[in-house]
Design a protein around this ligand. Structure first.
Ligand SMILES: O=C(O)c1cc(=O)[nH]c(=O)n1[C@@H]1O[C@H](COP(=O)(O)O)[C@@H](O)[C@H]1O
Length: 238
């Protein structure tokens, strides 16, 4: 049953990455949360396992859902996929900015006539990548410069924001203004536990640097008390 009291609440800073293998463990975990604490993200692993069923379940529970499938394909394919995502009632959808201007413009155009268009954002440079790894792909510019170029292209193409590291947030906030969304994964409560992330930052510092939303998976899902961590972030304590 759709909980209509929650729909108009302002979004909270954290988007919890539900990187679980199946619907059962996800729904067990989500029972500890509520839509006033956070938004939720469904990514490649969980979507591959559960498809639209779980997206629709969580939307019905009143959650804003970020469908993180990082589309990267020809314009027509990405535009059509974004339209299907919009029909599922998701709040946010992403693609790779390196798919280029025509791909992003087609996506923006495809959702523009939806009754509730999702926010469209584009990934700049993955937060797991280092300068050396970027160079191995043939991009020999400083990471900040690549992120900045892709973010500017994203804005020009009519999208709502980008995914970047919080380490680039203050530069992007200065250059791209207050309205442009900066969605930042690679958030860590302790520097010592970076896992596979490389460009990391703590929640409070990331928000101070200009992040609009913090994407957090393991620091929340592996915590003994996820709701308490979210409350502390919401209250600006950590
Ligand atoms: O698009 C994303 O959400 C994303 C982009 C990026 O550059 N880095 C990144 O970590 N993510 C996602 O953010 C989440 C981070 O999870 P944790 O490292 O466990 O906090 C994962 O679900 C990633 O797929």
């Amino acid at each position: 049953m759709l909980d209509t009291t929650l729909i108009n609440q302002p979004a909270k800073p954290v988007i919890v990455a539900l990187d679980f293998a199946n619907a059962e463990s996800t729904l067990d975990f989500v029972q500890q949360l509520n839509p006033n604490l956070c938004q939720l993200k469904i990514g490649k692993e969980l979507f591959t396992a559960t498809g639209r069923y779980l997206v629709e379940q969580l939307v019905l529970q009143g959650y804003r859902v970020f469908l993180d499938l990082k589309y990267h394909d020809i314009p027509n394919t990405v535009a059509s996929a974004c339209k299907v995502a919009a029909d599922m009632g998701v709040w946010m959808v992403d693609m790779h900015a390196s798919g280029g201007r025509r791909m992003m413009e087609a996506a923006a155009e495809a959702v523009s006539n939806c009754s509730q268009p999702p926010l469209l954002i584009a990934v700049t440079v993955l937060t797991s990548m280092t300068q050396a790894e970027l160079a191995e792909t043939g991009l020999n510019l400083p990471i900040e410069e690549v992120v900045m170029r892709l973010a500017e292209l994203t804005r020009q193409s009519g999208l709502d924001g980008v995914v970047c590291s919080a380490q680039e947030a203050s530069l992007l906030r200065q250059q791209l203004g207050e309205e442009f969304l900066l969605v930042t994964p690679g958030i860590r409560l302790h520097d010592a536990i970076e896992d596979d992330q490389r460009r990391i930052m703590a929640p409070k510092a990331a928000l101070a640097a200009g992040s609009s939303y913090l994407v957090m998976g393991r620091p929340i899902t592996r915590n003994e008390n996820p709701a308490e961590v979210l409350l502390q972030i919401n209250n600006g304590l950590i």
